[in-house]
Ligand binder design. Structure first.
Ligand code: NAD
Length: 291
């Protein structure tokens, strides 16, 4: 058996096409969508990721500015930038890109992003609304996992989904999105004992641990759907997931590739959220334009 490939590129292209149309509509109403990414690291891989978001934004008619505050920025300096962006009516989406400088905590800063501009769902209000099942921006990567499964026609109701990883960015918000879709959810993490015993019970297994090769064929029930969120750099500079791409395709029923799986859909959803925020700023008649 060879697993079906659950590519994210076709879905991302469809999302981008819709976002471009909505971005044009928002611009016509006097709100050209604008996204600002605040960067505070010298890490080249992060800077590359942010540049890739900016390029994708430009292609769909979203102005994306990167504010690089430098790897030595303090909490106060970054908060001052966020506070300025928060009250700037021309800015619709704000992302505080991690990692942050040593000693600077995300938790001390994300609350400065107004929920209406929190397009990566990182702040306490966005996450609180997600837990309650209320409308708001969910973290884009967590949403991307659900969108990839939806796009492939996999109904989640009543399915057992095992999520490996409990971060605030991926694992925890994903668990709530899955519960909202009537899945039965198990969340595993670094202190989980006998990981494979849990993962082998999954109809859908989501790997979001950031560990190369963590999920092998032994972790997968034959025929299970496997979503690989991991994006890890190998020593020779390749991008690989958490799933062992040599053994798992022989067992799984379907598997997302890395790259080309969850990643492009994450970017597409960040941009979708930005246009949704811009349309909301444009007023009620514009927001009726549709999702
Ligand atoms: P994180 O380091 O914040 O969290 C990792 C989680 O995995 C933790 O909850 C930890 O308990 C768990 N974990 C670590 N080792 C484990 C083990 N051996 N067994 C079981 N659980 C283990 O990372 P994150 O920010 O949640 O990101 C996870 C991965 O997803 C990374 O590879 C990251 O690069 C990737 N990511 C991808 C996208 C995308 O768009 N594709 C976006 C965000 C993150």
């Amino acid at each position: 058996m060879t697993a079906d490939v659950l590519s994210g590129t076709e879905l991302a292209a469809a999302l981008h096409a819709r976002t471009a149309r909505r971005a044009a509509g928002s611009a016509e109403r006097g709100h050209p969508p604008r996204l600002v990414v605040v960067l505070a690291t010298g890490e080249e891989s992060t800077a590359w990721y942010v540049r890739s978001i900016a390029r994708a934004a430009g292609r769909v008619g979203i102005d994306c500015t990167v504010v690089d505050v430098g790897a030595a920025a303090t909490t106060e300096e970054i908060r001052a930038v966020l506070d300025r962006l928060a009250v700037d009516d021309a800015v619709h989406g704000i992302i505080l890109q991690t990692p942050l400088p040593p000693g600077v905590e995300v938790a001390d800063l994300v609350g400065s992003i107004p929920p209406g501009k929190d397009v990566d769902g990182a702040g306490p209000q966005s996450l609180g609304r997600l837990v309650c099942g209320w409308p708001g921006f969910a973290p884009a990567t967590a949403r991307a996992v659900v969108e990839v499964l939806d796009h492939a026609g996999h109904d989640l109701a009543g399915r057992h989904v095992v999520v490996v990883g409990r971060s605030t960015v991926v694992g925890k918000p994903l668990a709530h999105l899955l519960l909202d879709r009537d899945a039965t959810v198990t969340v595993c993490h670094s202190r989980t004992k006998s990981l494979a015993e849990h993962t082998r019970t999954a109809d859908v297994l989501v790997a979001a641990a950031g560990r190369i090769g963590l999920i092998t064929a032994d972790h997968v029930r034959p025929g299970a759907i496997v979503v690989d969120v991991g994006t890890n750099s190998t020593l020779d500079g390749r991008l690989v997931g958490d799933v062992d791409a040599r053994t798992v395709p022989g067992v799984a029923g379907a598997l997302t590739p890395v790259p080309g799986g969850v990643g492009p859909v994450t970017t597409a959803l960040l941009l979708e959220h930005t246009v949704t925020a811009a349309l909301a700023a444009a007023g009620p008649s514009a927001t009726q334009e549709g999702p």
